[in-house]
Write a new protein. Structure first.
Length: 372
């Protein structure tokens, strides 16, 4: 007996019949071309009712053009990178493009192999947040002729469009806020100074301190994951004079500072004020809520897709290096300096290492000595 066939997949003709339109109209709606609103609505309802999905591979073969964009990020464990991915995906969806994502696991060799894998999809274009400033994998993209845009880490001499934020101003705003509150002994908690965006944030902080007549602040590099951030920062705090203000330059650095200060039972902001980087929902929900530099994630996604879409469509104008502004959101983790700072007339204190068992916007918050 012949094998029993399962139900056939719905076709464009099936959608056209149900919607009462031509197959050409269905194709136009599903590929993002302009169609009368009434017809477009009927097509979308018919496609949804039948469970019809566009065959991307077949569509690409017919048109000779991919509607897939690839994105390579250093890590999918870092909330900043995942928030950027989500924002880019939302933007692409409005233009009927799909997104394929890969992580380099913060490793240059892995970045190279993931890049090769993504190129095997023959994407229309690619968005890259490199592991390092020089981004050696750019040669693969050039050889493949694939348009691409570099996002966030843009310190190298790229031959492609770049999109970043004003990192110098980010550092300036964070430091000025603490200095205005009377803090004179600051600590910078950074991931790695080898990255240009971190260097520029540090530059802004140093400039703000110099303008206020202060010495260059102390700096500790804590790496790219929470565990190393906590361990390195605990060691530093147990062997150095306690700062009155901390500026954490990444999401993990912010979490590491919170965890380390909590293990020492240090009051925030009563004993140490904290400015974080990247503004997430947990920062609003934390006790105390966290003063933070906010990066314009949605605007970054919008701009990076605008640039890539232009290159995909054949734009050969000179390379664009776009820079977006940041904003400082003031919450309860920063307050006027009370203790442990020469400006307050009190001596600084070291911290005892715990045992192993142990743009400005203001949001409401008491800012009174809540524990980290």
């Amino acid at each position: 007996m012949p094998a029993k066939r399962g139900p056939s997949r719905p076709t464009v003709l099936d959608v056209a019949r149900l919607a009462g339109v031509s197959p050409a109209t269905v194709s136009n709606v599903l590929t993002g071309r302009r169609v009368r609103a009434e017809s477009a609505q009927r097509v979308k309802e018919a496609a949804s009712s039948l469970g019809y999905a566009v065959d991307r591979a077949a569509s690409q073969l017919r048109s000779g053009r991919a509607r897939v964009v690839a994105m390579l990020v250093p890590s999918l464990e870092n909330p900043f990178f995942t928030s950027i991915v989500a924002a880019v995906e939302r933007r692409l969806r409005t233009d009927d493009h799909d997104l394929v994502v890969a992580s380099a696991a913060d490793d240059v060799a892995t970045e190279h192999s993931r890049l090769q894998a993504l190129l095997s999809w023959r994407p229309a274009g690619m968005i890259v947040i490199p592991c390092t400033d020089d981004f050696a994998g750019a040669s693969l993209l050039a050889a493949a002729g694939t348009p691409y845009v570099v996002l966030d880490r843009v310190g190298g001499a790229h031959s492609a469009d770049t999109v970043a934020v004003d990192n110098v101003t980010a550092g300036l705003e964070a430091a000025r806020h603490l200095i205005d509150l009377g803090h004179r002994r600051l600590l910078i908690v950074a991931s790695a100074r080898t990255l240009s965006n971190i260097k520029l944030r540090c530059k802004g902080i140093v400039e703000a301190c110099a303008a206020a007549g202060l010495e260059e602040p102390a700096l500790i590099e804590v790496g790219f994951d929470l565990e190393s951030a906590v361990d390195r920062l605990q060691t530093w705090l147990s062997t150095h004079e306690r700062p009155s203000g901390i500026i954490a330059l990444t999401n993990f650095a912010t979490l590491g500072a919170l965890a380390s200060l909590a293990r020492f039972s240090v009051s925030i902001p009563g004993e140490v004020s904290l400015v974080g980087f990247d503004d997430y929902a947990w920062m609003r929900a934390a006790a105390p809520s966290i003063t933070a530099i906010r990066q314009p994630v949605e605007a970054m996604a919008e701009l990076v897709w605008d640039r890539l879409r232009a290159r995909i469509d054949g734009d050969s104008s000179p390379v664009v290096q776009a820079m977006l502004p940041v904003s400082l959101v003031i919450r309860a983790s920063t307050a006027r300096c009370q203790t442990g700072d020469p400006a307050a007339g009190l001596p600084g204190q070291g911290l005892r290492r715990p045992s192993r068992t142990g743009g400005r916007q203001r949001e409401q918050g008491t800012g009174r000595g809540a524990k980290a």
